[in-house]
Every structure is written in C-alpha cells, then in structure tokens.
Design a protein around this ligand. Structure first.
Ligand SMILES: Cc1ncc(C[n+]2csc(CCOP(=O)(O)OP(=O)(O)O)c2C)c(N)n1
Length: 514
C-alpha cells in the first residue's frame, strides 16, 4: 500500500465517500487510489470554485464532510472564494491538495506556489504530510478536524512522494469529539434575560432547522421573546410547519429599526449581528447601544445541548412553537419581475425542496414569496463572495438525491462558477436553475448611492451593466449540456417552472427582468 491508498482507505473507513475533484499530475497516485475504491464517488468540476462550493453544499445538507481534490496552490487558489464562503457558514470539508514531491520544491517548477500561504487563511486546520507513513494519520486528523466545532475547513497538503511511497495501514474510525458547553450559571442568566420585556433569542447554525429549531421555537413561546436570525444563514428551514424565525434584512438601517426595542439579546449558535459593510455615518452593528448581549453559546459550541438546557431552564417543554402556515400565493401574470417570480416559486415549490439562494436584488422578493410555501430549506451565502448558488445546489443535490433543488441566482453571480452546470448535467442532478437576467450588477448601483455618490457616470456604468453583449443563458446552459428556456412573462415562467421541477435532471430558466 502507498500513502495515497492509505489515505483513501482512511477516508472511506470514516464514512467520507464523496470526492469533488479537479486533479492534476501531482495527484495521480491519489487518483489511482480513488480509482481502486469505487465506493468513493468522484465528481468532476471544471473549475475549483465548483469543487469547493459543492463540498460546502454537500456538508450543509448531509452534515458529513466531503473530500475535495485540488491541484497545488493555483488549484486551491481557484477554489478559495467558495472555501471562504463555507468557512463563514461554519461549513466542513476535507481538502486534499496535491503538491510537488518534497525534493522537487527547490527547483521552483511552474506549478510551485505558496501553498501554505494560500491555504492558511481559510483553513481551520492545515497540515503538510511529511512522509508516506504519516499520511493515514494525517487523513484521520483532517477528518476529525472537519467534524469538530460544528464543521471546520480541514486542508491536508499531500506532497506527491508521500502519496507514492510505502505506507503501512489506514487509520480506522474516529471517536466523535466533544463540544464546549455553557456553564449552568450562564444558562440560568440567559433564561432569566429571555423572560424580560424586549428580549430576543438570536440563533444560528444547527438551531435553524429540524428538532433544534423546534426547541428554539418552544423557548420563544414559553418566554415570550422574539426568535431571530441573521439574513444570510447557511441553512434555514422555511415554509409550512417551519418554526417562525424573524430574519434580519440587508440594509443596516432597516436592521437598526428591527432591533430598536431589543433590550436583552441571547446569542445561541450565532455571533452578534453586524452590517454587511461599513457606510459613512451608519453603524457597524445594528443593535441599540444599550442592548445587553449575552453570548450563551458560540457557533463552535454545543448548540443542541445549549437549546435543551435553555428549554429546561425556561420550562419550555409544553409550549408549542409558533410555526408558519401554508398559504400559497396566487400565480401572477403579466411581465416578469422579481416579486412575481418570488410568488410563482412560492406557489409551485414542491414539498421538501432546497433553494440555494444567491438572487441578490431579487433575493428579498424570493424570500417573501416563499415564506409560507410548502416546507423547504434555504441555503444562503454567508461569506458574500458571489458565485455560490450553482455549486451549492450541486452539492445539495448530491447529498439529497430525493429532493428537488432550486438554484436561484443573479446573472452576474451565476457567471463565476457557471461550469457547475456541466457537472449537474453529467451527474443527472435534479436541479432547477433560475437566472434573474437583469443584465447587470444591479445591487452595485444602490451601493454607490449608499456611500453617498449621487450619480452613475460612464466608468461606473461600464462596471455595473452586463450588456453589449448580452449573456445568452439558454446558449450557455445548452453548451454545458443543460436544457434551458428564456421567459419574459409570468405565464411562460409559471409553465417553465412547473415543468422543470417535475422533470428529472437539470433545467435552466432565464427570466428576463427589465
Ligand atoms: C467574489 C466577489 N466579487 C465581487 C463581488 C461584488 N459584488 C457583489 S454583488 C455583485 C453583482 C451581483 O450581480 P447579480 O448576481 O447579477 O445580481 P444583481 O445585483 O443584478 O441583483 C458584485 C460584483 C462579490 N461580492 N464577491
């Protein structure tokens, strides 16, 4: 057995059986070892942003880390933005990054780069394997790190000779690690604070879906506090029967209003809300200055245990949570616009769908339109580096083959990792892509005004519009092996969306917004 084989066997023995990949020569022994293990599913992306973004989407739904296979510093660098987004959402992945053989590094060969420099800033755990005998242990440590702290980015750099030289045995299954928990006095103080007038329980991470969200909802019902969360949370359950969680908005001054009456804020699985950007004369944090903030359980701590403890301390067991009703919007007609598209998606969304949302200026109407749709999950982009929706949808569809995945994206954002369409086609994934084709970086017009610049001149206009030439999304999709249609009005959108979510495989709808 060589080092690469010991690593693949270690991954498989620990339940890591998906590898999103874009390999090169320095990874050929790892490729050969993957080839010898058909129980590992290897999924090719044609750009590394798709590799790492898909691993993030996979983790968010499967709650199991996938491996990635990346080619030296430039390959990881191409995937950097999606790793950044994953890390901001406390996502997990195990990046296996090939490197030149250690004795080759001194020659400064073409693909040699500052691999530690490029990986360190977005890796919670980073190691360069020193020899082939250590590779299995390094792999096991990487898996443990990825699972630790509610999800971490683990990056293992694998010099080519450590992959091809002899190894002994793979490392077996790993014991789970224990998460930090708040002290009893902190739980008691939080419980007391939540019973005060003007209290909010501000939740994140695993508290936004499933049983944990129900627990949070019970605590809110029992104490009378508001239940709140950030806007761009990595995963949140919505629609019929989902616990009613009040989400923040994008404009910081709207959030100042939303939080105006909050006097006590208990953080559980989330940090304090912050403005996406700083603006002249606007605050960085929207909570009122006299709000008392209790940091009960950080995002890396034991969120589920903390919710249970808080439920017990507030006597929430018998309190039913406030949940969303089913109230489907009417199907809109007439020319297409983001509000109507949001309503149509809300009306037609299939039960148990997953929406990977990077709709930017169309995002608010989409969230409004789907608030009381059939039950679904939404995956947002917590890191703000655009290009997330297509890879996230890809990874979510691999994790949940029985669920319909919707990728809803701005046309500007969709271009960053457009190659993910090809992987959706190759893997026959049930993804319906909605591209909001407003032919520009619409949000940046508003942001220019937000920083106090009164008008858009020639250069700014040249940086904000994506016209001349106009992107042809039907041709782009078809060129990647995905069927597509362009729609201008709601009758056409409604018909296309209803058809797309019922047919197997990927389909793209370009909805033209003037
Ligand atoms: C990696 C990265 N590059 C650039 C940006 C800046 N940026 C934010 S939104 C945006 C344009 C988004 O355009 P689109 O997806 O078409 O949505 P729209 O604003 O038109 O609704 C850009 C360039 C970013 N957030 N991340």
């Amino acid at each position: 057995m060589n080092g690469a084989e010991s690593l693949v066997k270690t991954l498989v023995a620990n339940g890591v059986n998906i590898c999103f990949a874009n390999p090169g020569t320095s990874e050929m022994h790892f490729v050969a070892a993957l080839d010898a293990h058909p129980e590992m599913r290897c999924i090719l992306s044609l750009f590394e942003g798709g590799v790492t973004g898909a691993a993030d989407g996979y983790w968010r739904m499967a709650r199991q880390p996938a491996a990635t296979l990346l080619h030296l510093a430039p390959g990881f660098g191409n995937g950097y933005a999606s790793v950044h987004n994953a890390r901001k959402g406390f996502g997990a992945m195990i990046n296996i990054v090939g490197e030149h053989a250690d004795y080759h590094l001194k020659y400064d060969a073409p693909l040699k780069g500052d691999i530690e420099g490029v990986t360190r800033g977005v890796s919670d755990w980073l190691r360069v394997s020193q020899d082939s005998l250590s590779v299995a242990r390094d792999g096991a440590d990487a898996i443990r790190a990825a699972r630790d702290g509610n999800g971490q980015i683990a990056t293992l750099v694998l010099p080519a000779n450590t992959a091809w030289e002899s190894a002994e045995a793979p490392a077996g299954p790993l014991a789970p690690t224990r998460l930090h928990r708040p002290r009893p006095d902190q739980v008691a103080a939080a419980a007391e604070a939540l019973c005060q007038p003007g209290a909010a329980l501000f939740v994140g991470g695993a508290a936004l879906f499933g049983d944990a969200a129900r627990r949070a909802g019970q605590i809110a019902s029992a104490t009378g506090c508001r239940l709140m969360a950030d806007l761009f949370v990595p995963r949140i359950e919505r629609g019929e029967g989902a616990v009613a969680i009040e989400c923040m908005q994008y404009p910081v001054m709207e959030n100042v209003e939303i939080l105006r009456d909050i006097r006590h804020m208990v953080l559980l699985g989330a940090g304090e809300p912050v403005a996406f950007f700083a603006y002249p004369d606007k605050p960085s944090t929207p909570a009122a200055p006299d709000t008392r903030i209790l940091d009960l359980c950080g995002p890396r701590m034991d969120i589920l245990w903390s919710l249970e403890a808080l439920a017990k301390a507030t006597g929430a067991d018998a309190s039913p949570p406030d949940v969303r009703p089913l109230a489907l919007p009417e199907l809109p007609t007439g020319p297409a616009d983001p509000v109507k598209v949001g309503q149509a998606v809300g009306a037609l969304l299939p039960e148990n769908a997953i929406i990977a949302n990077e709709s930017i200026t169309a995002g608010h109407p989409l969230m409004q339109g789907t608030l009381t749709a059939r039950r679904h999950d939404v995956l947002n982009n917590p890191g703000g580096a655009i290009g997330a929706a297509l890879p996230l949808a890809l990874g979510a569809a691999v994790a949940c083959p029985d669920r319909r995945v919707i990728a809803a994206t701005g046309d500007g954002s969709a271009m960053y990792n457009v190659q993910s369409l090809w992987t959706m086609a190759r893997e026959h994934l049930d993804v319906t892509v909605i591209v909001f084709a407003n032919r520009g970086y619409q949000i940046l017009r508003g942001e220019l005004a937000n920083v106090g610049v009164p008008s858009v001149g020639r250069n700014a206009e040249r940086m904000f519009n994506v016209e001349d030439p106009v992107l042809d999304w039907v041709a782009l999709a078809q060129g990647h092996g995905v069927d597509a249609v362009r729609v201008m009005d709601m009758d056409a959108f409604n018909a296309a969306f209803a058809d797309a979510v019922a047919r197997p495989g990927p389909f793209l709808i370009e909805v033209v917004i003037d």
